[in-house]
Design a binder for this molecule. Sequence first.
Ligand code: BES
Ligand code: ZN
Ligand code: ZN
Length: 475
Amino acid sequence: MQPTIIKAQALDNSNKAVIISKADDLSQLSLNSNELAYIQGKLDADKKLITLNQLSNFLFIVLSDKDGNDELESLRKKGNSIFKTLKGEDLNTVSVLDLKGCTQSTLALAEGIALSAYSFNYKTEGKEKEFALTEVTVQSEVITEDQITELNHIVDSVYITRDLVNTPVDRLNATDIADFMVAQGQKDGFTTEVLNKTKIEALKFGGLLGVNKGSIDPPTFTIMEWKPENAKNTKPYVLVGKGVVFDTGGINLKTPPGSLDTMKCDMGGAASVIGTMAAIAKNKLPIHIIGLVPATDNRPGENAIVPGDILTMHNGLTVEVLNTDAEGRLIMADAISYANKYEPELVIDLATLTGSAVMAIGEYGTVGMGTASDATFAQLEADGYATHERVVRFPFWSDYDELIKSDIADIKNLGSREGGSITAGKFLAKFTNYPWIHLDIAGPSFHLKKSSYRGKGGSGVGVRLLYQFFKGLSK
Ligand code: BES
Ligand code: ZN
Ligand code: ZN
């Protein structure tokens, strides 16, 4: 369960976290001389987070390092440290005090604490003893109720994305994820339409149907739409998310030991699109936005596609399949082609698309590329830094087009080993006819080891980034 963030005065004996920039700020905290001496000692030792046990409660003193190049991120991470202490001491609530009217810093600290409180497991034993942070109180003269509500909705949406990514395929197949979107739409007020296999066949989604051939579960294609009357844009924005609910590699079965273990995460793009739609609808952003999710598992079933097969895609292009593990681009291409019918202002797709993106920059950022304007990329990159869901723009030179040429079809689904994330992007570009950004989130979508407030497993990457980006566009 997500902790509730509320705006309220902190009670006397509640656990408190305060952000200070210099020792003088401590005068507002009515500390006794022993406490002040203790804190001064820590400040002299250059400590940035000081934990004071005041017996009836804990007091966390957070030094904001203004000279650090990412103050908000350092506050989110300190929120994670505070959470760890609360958990260790079995304390279920904390108040964040905004002494100086610093909206962004205070919200970042609260966000770091709230995002750290996520947990996910199927354990049946010891459930009742499991720690839960139930409430984060924000005391502030400047932060509004609306800002607190917005933060609650964002954290809620990140949790939704993480839950989806962490749920294994035996509990989340293509039909389940479509059902989930319908239920989420009913909660948050966006509409949904689920296309079943018959409709997918009628639309000639050769990529999605091809990947699905090895599966005993039918594919789904889900359309989410948020269209408020006060929408600022006339042409819609479209999000597309890769929904490979499990990627075995297909007949080109993934081989290195362990490489299959985390492949439930291969619907991370879909999960981020769902979380972003939820965040936008919950906060009622005045924009018209559509989310598309093609979903299937990728398995080496009896009738599975094999290398050499030729697929005819939704837009009529023929694709030579040379590696069945390059399945993401096949299902994404149909959805990206389908997006043309909306005459979109901008399309952003999110996909755990290539190991090559992970090789290039690791789990620390998202690989971006595409055909949108430099200004649009610059805005997304800036929002990436603000939310610490960083995007690094890769080259998209026409030279790479050579690498996906096929001898017998229009294109092939396999590029070179070198620049593999770019050739995957180039493949998708063949299906676009609009300004477009491709985000390869294979690195940051799923963390093998705990990564501060992002946690272990599904991180929810993309939701905070895209919410911020579209909020900007809605102004
Ligand atoms: N789902 C994988 C990419 C991936 C790798 C996601 C690591 C998350 C973590 C994708 O379908 C894939 O297998 N890509 C291949 C493509 C190759 C065969 C051209 C890859 O990147 O190795
Ligand atoms: Zn694959
Ligand atoms: Zn995949």
